[in-house]
Ligand binder design. Structure first.
Ligand SMILES: *[C@@H]1O[C@H](CO)[C@@H](O)[C@H](O)[C@H]1NC(C)=O
Ligand SMILES: *[C@@H]1O[C@H](CO)[C@@H](O)[C@H](O)[C@H]1NC(C)=O
Ligand SMILES: *[C@@H]1O[C@H](CO)[C@@H](O)[C@H](O)[C@H]1NC(C)=O
Ligand SMILES: *[C@@H]1O[C@H](CO)[C@@H](O)[C@H](O)[C@H]1NC(C)=O
Ligand SMILES: *[C@@H]1O[C@H](CO)[C@@H](O)[C@H](O)[C@H]1NC(C)=O
Ligand SMILES: *[C@@H]1O[C@H](CO)[C@@H](O)[C@H](O)[C@H]1NC(C)=O
Ligand SMILES: *[C@@H]1O[C@H](CO)[C@@H](O)[C@H](O)[C@H]1NC(C)=O
Length: 428
């Protein structure tokens, strides 16, 4: 029975201790890691070093494997915790490599951080397990931060194809899929030179942001991917989005409720549903939209060019006013200019009551190109509250087919003004 000598008993205990420490180490530091290639350094990370007076926090120093298979979320969160807690100029680095991550929140406030750069060279791949995400949250979320710069040429790949069958397009009560990158309650944000691919839901969303500047952003998802809006903006002000390339399955840019001073320039959109205001008026207490400028954009093969849509039977009484759409080129767009105040996409919604969202002071200037449908200009406003002061100046939209002239359609428009060239001819 007791044939083991002391030596073998001793080595058995050592094996046990080794195994124990091995498993504990994995459990505490790298949950989900396969245990290979652990470096001692990773255990006590050299968390940062100085470069140009900014503190550098490299996710790899916090245990990110960047092998595209191991879940690196914990390393990102650990790096963030230290970066946000630091004092002075801070840089969070995501080096080249492929990182599989679940939902990650970069939340502030970071009290002693004077400027914050997330320098992302890497390729982030979202976990496909939908149970990991909360309804309508962000896969990667930045919140309650001041002076964030997100840049570096990296990619957010939402791995949407496996999630799209679970979309909510026909069901108002289902669990919303996650947005690729969400910004919440941010002040003075710069996003430059990043890519978003195949988001499960919206690619990028801004909620309650002030002073946001997004440039050189690339967004791509298939034309038939559901709810994959490129950039959605809500309850934000002083937002500037420019020089970006957006091809997706829903709106390239959507301006939701409660926004003011939003400027959008030099966007190439297509495929997609165009640049939209709305849908507005779904809920009781929505904020107004005002001071929107969309300028120097090109739409190609999109279902809409410029669209303003509000819900029928809307419970609240919000308004959208002072909106300018200028120098927009339409290439084979189904509805180049469309105002639709009887939006009602669910079988359960009621379209009998008119929309209560008031639309006024809307300027369309230098809009030209081709329409793939007969009605190139549709101004279909609410029977309850007609549109007021719609200006069309130098509109030249022909049919893509080159056949007969395109037409206009109007409902409940009060005080439309037509200046300069008008093709199609205005409503009688
Ligand atoms: C320091 O800044 C200069 C210019 O801003 C840049 O060229 C250089 O690469 C930076 N060095 C480091 C270590 O970040
Ligand atoms: C912030 O910095 C100040 C002065 O440098 C220091 O006294 C304070 O403890 C720091 N606060 C935090 C939360 O790190
Ligand atoms: C953003 O700035 C405003 C002042 O403009 C301030 O009241 C607010 O607290 C700031 N928000 C955050 C998240 O720092
Ligand atoms: C979106 O969901 C509907 C069911 O509500 C489904 O029929 C459709 O195929 C889904 N779309 C995609 C692209 O998977
Ligand atoms: C979803 O709704 C659209 C119209 O909004 C309809 O064309 C489509 O057939 C519906 N799909 C399902 C799966 O109910
Ligand atoms: C309309 O919006 C523009 C752009 O935001 C702004 O400059 C202008 O002052 C606004 N006009 C009125 C009358 O509010
Ligand atoms: C224009 O778009 C329609 C679909 O909306 C498509 O069938 C047609 O081939 C397109 N024409 C050109 C010239 O691209």
């Amino acid at each position: 029975m007791y044939s083991n000598n002391m030596a073998s008993l001793g080595s058995g205990i050592w094996m046990l201790l080794l195994l124990l420490s091995f498993f504990c180490f994995n459990a505490v530091v790298f949950t989900g890691a396969d245990g290979q290639g652990l470096e001692v350094e990773a255990r006590r990370p050299i968390s940062h070093h100085k470069g140009n007076n900014s503190l550098l926090f490299d996710v790899k120093r916090f245990g990110a494997r960047a092998d595209g298979r191991t879940d690196d979320s914990k390393a990102f969160i650990a790096a963030w915790k230290e970066a946000c807690g630091a004092t002075g100029k801070v840089k969070l680095l995501i080096p080249k490599g492929m990182y599989l991550i679940g939902p990650v929140k970069f939340a502030g406030p970071c009290k002693n951080v004077s400027s914050l750069t997330v320098y992302m060279k890497g390729y982030l791949k979202a976990t496909a397990k939908l149970s990991r995400y909360g309804s309508g949250t962000g896969w990667v979320e930045f919140g309650w931060l001041e002076r964030l710069t997100l840049t570096g040429g990296g990619t957010f790949d939402g791995q949407g194809a496996k999630a799209w069958p679970y979309n909510c397009t026909n069901d108002s009560k289902c669990k919303l899929l996650p947005t690729n990158v969400k910004f919440v309650a941010m002040n003075q944000t710069v996003v430059q030179g990043i890519t978003s691919l195949n988001s499960k839901f919206f690619h990028i969303a801004l909620v309650e942001c002030k002073n946001f500047k997004g440039t050189k952003i690339k967004i791509s998802a298939p034309a038939d991917s559901p709810n994959t809006d490129g950039i959605h903006v809500e309850r934000s002000s002083s937002v500037y989005i420019s020089q970006s390339l957006i091809g997706t399955g829903d709106d390239c840019i959507s301006i939701g409720q409660g926004n003011s001073q939003v400027t959008i320039t030099r966007i190439k959109c297509g495929p997609g549903h165009g640049i939209s205001v709305g849908s507005l008026g779904r809920y009781e207490d929505e904020g107004d939209v005002s001071g929107l400028v969309v300028r120097d954009c090109a739409m190609s093969g999109t279902t809409n060019g410029i669209r303003i849509k509000t819900w029928a039977n809307s419970p609240g009484s919000s308004a959208a006013t002072n909106m300018t759409f200028e120098n927009i080129v339409m290439n084979n767009v189904t509805n180049p200019i469309i105002i639709d105040q009887s939006y009602c996409p669910f079988s359960s919604c009621i379209s009998t009551e008119p929309s209560k969202v008031k639309l006024s002071d809307i300027y369309f200037k230098q809009i030209r190109g081709t329409s793939s449908s007969a009605v190139a200009v549709a101004l279909e406003c609410s029977k309850g509250i007609p549109c007021q002061n719609i200006y069309l100046e130098n509109v030249h939209l022909e049919l893509s087919s080159g056949e007969k002239q395109a037409t206009s359609s109007c409902k409940n428009v009060r005080g439309a003004r037509y200046i300069g060239e008008q093709i199609p001819p205005p409503c009688a």
